[in-house]
Design a protein around this ligand. Structure first.
Ligand code: MEV
Length: 437
């Protein structure tokens, strides 16, 4: 039986942990995991983390790894990745090394526009609303000036506000559909502040109009919020080389390119495969997004919507062979920021940004897209040649050894043994049992 608690957020951190331990844990030492292992001794650093969210009780660690040798537009990068999945950083590093000697990655920004909407209902004459909108539009921009002034000085701001009639899909439903340029900021706060100001100006202006008062028409603001669907904030990354350059020891380049392109074609046509294919891409993307303090939930939502934009869910990457040249590419929407948010606050985010040579948001979009493409290349290369388990289980071996609480000597012997044997969970357990007997 669990207990309800009121005023939990007002308790101190120690009181919160004590209550949780008492209520949910058999063993009082459960608290030590929170208190001793993960709670940072550096008081200032701990306080910083405590204040990121409400009810912080400790820190949750993920490994931060790096994938070196990424040649992007002729510039070398070491890419930081925060992720728990064993094989992701290894696969990224391998793909980076592979393409480094084959021309590297080339990227292009296709757009940087973001979207926000004021959703409202209105039950009056449509033409009256259209006239009112056209009249009040300059006022919407003027009232938002205190919010936009600094962004405008840097070259960004509000790009367009339009009135959209959605009454065909939902009774009385309209929008102010607004587009923004937020430069190096992800822009959520900027966009939402602008939208809330538009909503206030719009509603006040509406009820000041005699014609709406006389007709007793009603305008109801439902909500004002940015959209995480950003099909015009898109980056393209690609790799390309003659198929003959894909030849390795036991792999024929032309045959490999053909099989690889078929694997992508399957993901283009088959949603069950497309979801897993894109999940592999997001392994790379989310890891860099986390390391650089960006919002991976926003990116995930926008990316999958983009993958379904033509009415069916499909692959985010493309591969083709033309005149003996293999080209593999990705086009992906990424609303990212390199200023604001956690970028200057979280010490590891700051470190990751510096490692990337303090990129602009556009540069970060390019780096992240490359990480996604590289990850997909690594996954498809394994899937269409050796299969995924060989590499995956090799990387997972250490997790199994840690689960079995293997000593350093046991680890060394096991790793040596499995260099030439297939890793499975039961094979590792048996091997350790033999070592211990
Ligand atoms: C595993 O995290 C990702 C893969 O399943 C991706 C793919 O199948 O393309 C290996």
């Amino acid at each position: 039986m669990t207990k309800e608690i009121s005023g939990f957020s007002k308790l101190t951190k120690s009181q919160k942990i004590a209550w949780l331990t008492e209520t949910y844990f058999q063993d009082a030492t459960a608290a030590t995991t929170l208190l001793t292992s993960y709670w940072n001794d550096d008081k200032k650093l701990q306080q910083l983390h405590d204040e990121f969210i409400e009810n912080t009780i400790t820190n949750y660690y993920l490994p931060l790894g790096v994938a070196p040798n990424f040649l992007i537009n002729n510039r070398l990068y070491v890419i930081p990745m925060a992720i728990e999945e064993s094989s992701v950083v290894a696969a990224a590093s391998k793909a980076a090394k592979f393409w480094r000697t084959r021309g590297g990655f080339k990227t292009t920004i296709l757009g940087t526009t973001k979207v926000g909407q004021v959703h409202f209902t209105y039950d009056g004459n449509k033409e009256d609303l259209r006239i009112f909108f056209n009249n009040i539009k300059p006022q919407l921009l003027e009232d938002a000036q205190p919010i936009t002034i600094n962004m405008e000085k840097r070259g960004g701001g509000i790009k367009e506000i339009s009135l959209v009639d959605k009454t065909d899909s939902l009774d009385h439903y309209y929008q102010l559909h607004c587009t923004f340029e937020t430069l190096d900021a992800m822009g959520a706060n900027f966009i939402n502040s602008c939208l809330e100001q538009f909503a206030t100006t719009f509603k006040n202006g509406f009820y000041e109009e005699t014609r709406f008062r006389e007709s007793e028409s009603q305008l109801n603001i439902i909500m004002s919020i940015l959209s995480n669907y950003v099909p015009d904030c898109v980056v393209r990354a690609e790799v390309s080389c003659p198929v003959t350059d894909l030849t390795e020891k036991d792999i024929d380049g032309a045959a490999f390119a053909h099989k690889f392109a078929q694997a992508v074609a399957i993901a283009k046509h088959e949603p069950y495969r497309a979801v897993t294919h894109n999940k592999g891409i997001m392994n790379g993307i989310d890891a860099v997004i986390l390391a650089t303090g960006n919002d991976f939930r926003a990116v995930e939502a926008g990316v999958h919507a983009y993958a379904a934009k033509d009415g069916h869910y499909t692959s985010l990457t493309d591969a083709h062979i033309e005149d003996g040249i293999f080209t593999f590419s990705i086009e992906i929407p990424l609303a990212l920021g390199t200023v604001g948010g956690l970028t200057k606050l979280h010490p590891l985010v700051k470190w990751s940004m510096e490692l990337l040579q303090n990129p602009s948001a556009q540069e970060l979009m390019q780096i992240v897209a490359v990480a996604g493409l590289a990850q997909n290349f690594g996954a498809l290369k394994s899937l269409t040649t050796t299969g995924i388990q060989q590499g995956h289980m090799k990387m997972h071996l250490m997790n199994i050894l840690n689960q079995l609480q293997a000593t350093p000597e046991e680890k060394e012997k096991t790793i040596k043994h499995f260099k030439t044997n297939t890793v499975t969970h039961s094979a590792v357990v048996s091997f350790i049992e033999v070592l211990r007997s």
